[in-house]
Design a protein around this ligand. Structure first.
Ligand SMILES: Cc1cc2nc3c(=O)[nH]c(=O)nc-3n(C[C@H](O)[C@H](O)[C@H](O)COP(=O)(O)O)c2cc1C
Length: 259
């Protein structure tokens, strides 16, 4: 009979199609999950690489990424709470890495990671995203010049407050030939970060502070604005601050062109 044969064939085709759909959807779901986990793992590794650029790996023995406090202060230039990573060595806090924004670069916000040793000295500074002019302001990048290293081991008292400025403003830090605005902005941001650290050292370095749950930190970061048209110059640094540092603060951008 033709009709039962037809319906048998239709049933068979439907079953094959159904099975194909199940296998395909299942495969895609598994692939998505696998990819998401890989992305998360590589982002975490990139974050750690960025932090390790500032703090030598042997200067702490805790899981840096899992040991953070959320901080927010005008001195840091951030609008939302941001994680500050607390480095520990032998159970004692050894340093903190702050994420900060210099709002007054030539072309707007400059995103920075600033490491501060427990004794208040700068461990290191890295620019992780900016829009400064190539050949002029971009010498704040370590890849372009070693200027950013001039902060290492400096502190609030070395130099004193008047020295925390570029030489053109009678301070101690070099400006670049034909570009004073960018280094001026970075010097100011590092100085303010040190002031923040001095004012909040106890909370930041409280050794018995329970680390903030990663989810809480991530939830805070999700609210931040994705950097828009920001040139990122360190893959590691960019990942470290991806989603974390707002750079398209309209007010900051207005302040950015101060010439
Ligand atoms: C097209 C263009 C791009 C510039 N980019 C920068 C820059 O990225 N960073 C910077 O500090 N100055 C930059 N400058 C120079 C500034 O306008 C300013 O002259 C310089 O920073 C010196 O600032 P001062 O007068 O406060 O010393 C740029 C100038 C021009 C014309």
């Amino acid at each position: 009979m033709i009709i039962p044969e037809l319906s048998r064939s239709m049933l068979k085709n439907s079953l094959v199609l159904g099975l194909f759909a199940i296998v395909t959807v299942g495969g895609v779901t598994l692939l998505q999950q696998f990819t998401a986990e890989r992305i998360q793992a590589s982002e975490r590794a990139a974050q750690l690489r960025a932090l390790n650029e500032i703090l030598p790996r042997d200067s702490y023995d805790n899981q840096l990424l899992d040991s953070s406090v959320l901080v927010q202060d005008p001195l840091l230039g951030t609008r939302q709470p941001m994680p500050a990573y607390v480095a520990m060595k032998n159970g004692q806090p050894s340093a903190v890495i702050l994420q900060t924004i210099a709002p007054d670069g030539y072309s707007g916000a400059i995103q920075l990671l600033i490491g501060v040793q427990a004794d208040g000295r700068v461990a290191g500074v890295r620019v992780v995203a900016h829009r400064e002019t190539p050949g002029l302001g971009d010498r704040i990048e370590l890849a372009k010049s070693s200027w950013i290293r001039s902060f290492e081991n400096r502190s609030l008292s070395d130099p004193d407050a008047s020295g925390w400025a570029v030489k053109k403003d009678r301070g101690e830090f070099d400006q670049f030939a034909g570009a004073t605005i960018t280094p001026r902005a970075v010097v100011g941001a590092v100085h303010r970060a040190l002031q923040y650290f001095a004012a909040h050292k106890q909370e930041l370095l409280a050794a018995d502070r329970a680390p903030i749950a990663a989810e809480a930190a991530e939830a805070a970061l999700e609210d931040e604005v994705e950097p828009d048209e920001v040139t990122t110059h360190s893959r590691a640094g960019a990942a470290a601050t991806r989603d974390t540092l707002q750079t398209n603060d309209p007010q900051a951008e207005q302040e950015g062109r101060t010439q």
